[in-house]
Design a protein around this ligand. Structure first.
Ligand SMILES: Nc1ncnc2c1ncn2[C@@H]1O[C@H](COP(=O)(O)OP(=O)(O)OP(=O)(O)O)[C@@H](O)[C@H]1O
Ligand SMILES: [Mg+2]
Length: 284
């Protein structure tokens, strides 16, 4: 009974004599560091409209404020919002075949939205998305950066997969809103990062509360503790809770991030705390 063993019914179970000849490929074999970039941070959520781009741009501005050299790459090829959020409406230069990210506010920025008209509908299928994402990584000349912040589209689709296959991501920051419905999608997003060996650094809860402009009381607009629950489930810190505040929408729409426009605001202080915490976590 050399190539067989007994199963629970006592009958013989034959082992397959044919061994697979194809070796399983390591899906992460092509992950590479981006030349000159120290840490790559992905800002993500399984859900749309929770404030990923707002949080990404303001975390970038906060890291820059505490003295870091920062770049922002908007990988939302379906609905790029970086051009509007930082007020850049021209395509970047290309020098010797390399895209030169555009400098503004002491940072540098690149978005697919800088190459197309803002109103153009963007329809991309899987292979094209992968090609475009790889081109952003292969053909862009970032200057020496402490941090490259990547703003991702919602979900766990082609962009996320192409990114983690191509570059070494230092960590992900998951953005959620307090309510359960948002939390379920955020959990899916966080679990995807765990699966592909990207550590989740922490959670940012956005639209956590509204401060009453009359009495200063905190109003829970969306009921729930999404940020806290997800941070406990993953065993990672809740990095910050950002209030719902019209200022954030206004500054984003004007192309001037809140952190750079209202340097003393309570929201800016929260983003600065988040930035310091991220810096500490990565230096550990
Ligand atoms: N804390 C906040 N207070 C007020 N408005 C906010 C806040 N966070 C985000 N917003 C606004 O909500 C809208 C959606 O935000 P944002 O574009 O950052 O979300 P997103 O998750 O990146 O969306 P998408 O999934 O489409 O990429 C924007 O108009 C933004 O200005
Ligand atoms: Mg966005």
């Amino acid at each position: 009974m050399s190539k067989a063993s007994l199963n629970t019914q006592g009958t013989e179970k034959q082992q397959c004599p044919v061994q697979p000849k194809v070796k399983a490929q390591d899906p992460w074999a092509h992950q590479a560091k981006i030349p000159g970039v120290n840490y790559v941070i992905a800002v993500a959520s399984g859900k749309g409209g929770v404030g990923k781009s707002t949080v990404a741009v303001n975390i970038a501005a906060a890291l820059s404020t505490i003295g870091k050299k920062v770049g922002v790459l908007d990988l939302d090829v379906y609905g790029p919002s970086l051009p509007m959020m930082v007020g850049i409406h021209k395509p970047p230069n290309v020098l010797n075949g390399k895209i030169q990210p555009i400098e503004k506010y002491g940072m540098c920025f690149l978005s697919f939205g800088m190459f197309v008209s803002e109103n153009a509908p963007v329809i991309w299928r899987g292979p094209l998305v992968a090609k475009l994402v790889n081109q952003f990584f292969d053909d862009t000349e970032w200057e020496s950066l402490d941090y490259l912040i990547i703003d991702l589209p919602p979900g766990t689709g082609d962009v996320q997969l192409s990114m983690v296959q191509r570059i070494k991501v230092s960590g992900a920051i998951m953005v959620t809103t307090p309510q359960d419905l948002a939390l379920l999608d955020v959990q899916k997003g966080a679990d995807m990062f765990k699966k592909v060996n990207v550590p989740v650094l922490g959670i940012v809860e956005n639209m956590s509360f509204l401060r009453c402009p009359h009495c200063g009381k905190e109003i829970e607009v969306f009921k729930g503790q999404g940020g806290e629950l997800e941070s406990k489930r993953l065993g990672v810190p809740l990095l910050g809770a950002i209030p719902l505040d019209p200022d954030l929408t206004i500054t984003s729409d004007l192309g001037m991030p809140e952190v750079l426009t209202h340097k003393e605001s309570s929201i800016t202080k929260i983003f600065l705390e988040v930035a310091r915490e991220i810096d500490k976590l990565l230096l550990k």
